[in-house]
Design a protein around this ligand. Structure first.
Ligand SMILES: C[S@@+](CC[C@H](N)C(=O)[O-])C[C@H]1O[C@@H](n2cnc3c(N)ncnc32)[C@H](O)[C@@H]1O
Length: 485
């Protein structure tokens, strides 16, 4: 646990250790969160995040001896947060990987064995046509490239009747923004050979006790993009009429469900193994801890430390929290139509074999079947604000991370004037670290995420001068017109 200063807020570090391990859409730097926890809460105070996401905030709270309540509708989010709080021992993790390797690697490698005896690391596909195969040279990092033979094509086709065993049926909606359709199945995104090999890994992972199993299955979800047919091939194609140039490089899975015309099928064991190395490194770099995680809100309220993590709709679950119990609400809801969290997490949740309640998501979605309109988003956000006002202590603070590119999506803030006991104190920009990939750079997107600070009306328990030390601090709601790109 590092002490954070006001200067750290505008100069966040790149994620390290377990914080850097898994991608989550909209993952926020922890500097501003840590600063507010330190400065405006004390030991055993309760911090609350109803839109938990990757859940890094939970560790920031528990490492400072604060209690924490986190809610998220996304089952992936709860699993990831449990990982962040309940890390397996790095040696046990490494041993488990070695044991899995003994059983799974040979079986998976068999499926990639080529006629020339080499084990393929990459297959370059042009739509349905297998163009090239790569394998690793016996020594060094060099790759060997060769033309596929009929044997190699038959080897691929031998999986054409394979039916998935361990991944639940995926649900997709018609969303042109992320290229999904209701008719899409797992086989549109992964080859059947990849699905077969992922099944082998899941069979093995299931044999481990919970904390190790979670770390292993999240290692698998984090490598699933690279195992899919969505890995594009970067090429100088086009320069020489319709020919694949000699220089082809491996891209990665980007946001959405595009299977590019020219794409890779990558050896599933290799993808998994390289992520296990990253996970092991993350475990080595992160202090091991033994936090109490309670299975319901009441147990947390009765305890002096620990966290409770609840999967579900925060608007319902917040009703279980008594009036005036929370010292700091620090949360980052979906920002209108910016990132469709549940739709994008669907592959991860299907690998975790978790059901998803899409209907409860607070979001504005392009998917027409979902009927997620701006008007209901604004109404839900108003309920969030009034429930937050009820559970917040008199001397509590409410930090809302927000960024929407249109004025209408900010209208939930009107409730502060009309029907809430909260008032707006000010706002400051939330910077990402220089290495972060900002996940939405569409034209019209706001350049900066803001943290909106609210408190109870007529409760003056701190000097607003303190807050004005935060770089970029403003006393008014950010003006949308001036911050839209
Ligand atoms: C912006 S993300 C949070 C990211 C998080 N701050 C982080 O650093 O990773 C918003 C989250 O809200 C969740 N969510 C959407 N609707 C919800 C609801 N009704 N109840 C609880 N969580 C919800 C999504 O699943 C998503 O994880």
């Amino acid at each position: 646990m590092q002490h954070k200063t006001v200067g750290d807020i505008s100069n966040p570090n790149t994620y390290k250790g377990i914080y850097s391990f898994h991608k989550y859409w909209g993952k926020k730097p922890t500097e501003s969160i840590a600063y507010f926890i330190q400065k405006y809460t004390k030991e055993s105070d309760i911090v609350f995040d109803p839109f938990l996401g990757s859940g890094l905030i939970s560790r920031e709270c528990l490492s400072r001896q604060r209690r924490f309540i986190g809610i998220d509708l996304n089952p992936f989010s709860i699993e990831h947060t449990k990982l962040v709080l309940d890390l397996p021992n790095p040696d046990e993790y490494q041993q488990a990987v070695k044991d899995i390797e003994k059983i799974a690697k040979t079986r998976i490698y068999d499926s990639y064995k080529c006629e020339n005896g080499k084990i393929a690391s990459h297959f370059l596909w042009e739509e349905e046509i297998l163009r090239k195969i790569w394998s690793k040279a016996e020594r060094g990092n060099r790759k060997i490239e060769f033309e596929p033979s009929q044997f190699d094509i038959n080897q691929f086709n031998s999986f054409s009747n394979y039916e998935v065993k361990n991944i639940r049926k995926v649900t997709f909606f018609t969303n042109s923004r992320i290229n999904s359709k209701t008719t899409m199945s797992i086989y549109d995104l992964f080859t059947r050979r990849a699905v077969h090999n992922i099944d082998i890994l899941i069979d093995e992972i299931k044999k481990y006790p919970k904390s190790l199993q979670r770390a292993l299955i999240l290692t698998l979800t984090s490598s699933s993009g690279q195992m899919s047919s969505m890995v594009f091939a970067i090429t100088g194609r086009g320069k020489t009429k319709n020919l694949i140039s000699d220089k082809v490089e491996v891209g990665s899975w980007v946001i959405g469900f595009w299977c590019p015309k020219l794409h890779f099928e990558i050896n599933v064991w290799n993808c998994f193994e390289s992520r296990t190395k990253k996970m092991h490194k993350a475990l080595m770099e992160t202090e091991s801890t033994n936090y109490n995680i309670y299975d319901n809100v009441d147990k947390l309220l009765a305890a002096q430390n620990g966290a409770t993590l609840v999967e579900g709709n925060c608007l319902n679950i917040m009703k279980l929290i008594p009036d005036k119990t929370i010292k700091l609400i620090c949360t980052d809801p979906p920002h209108s139509d910016r990132i469709p969290y549940l739709e994008l997490s669907e592959i991860w949740n299907s690998i975790l074999n978790k059901k998803v309640s899409f209907e409860d998501e607070i979001i504005v979605s392009n998917a027409k079947e979902r009927n997620k309109k701006k008007s209901s988003y604004i109404e839900d956000m108003k309920i969030l604000i009034s429930e937050s006002s009820r559970i917040l202590k008199d001397d509590g603070l409410f930090l809302l991370y927000f960024n929407a590119r249109d004025k209408q999506s900010w209208r939930f803030m009107e409730i502060l004037e009309t029907n809430s006991d909260l008032c707006f104190v000010g706002a400051f920009p939330m910077e990402y670290s220089a290495n972060s990939v900002i996940q939405d750079n569409r034209a019209g997107g706001m350049k900066t995420d803001y943290v909106l600070v609210m408190k109870h009306k007529n409760k003056d328990f701190f000097s607003e001068n303190e807050l004005s030390e935060i770089p970029g601090w403003i006393n008014t709601v950010p003006k949308i017109d001036s911050i839209v790109a």
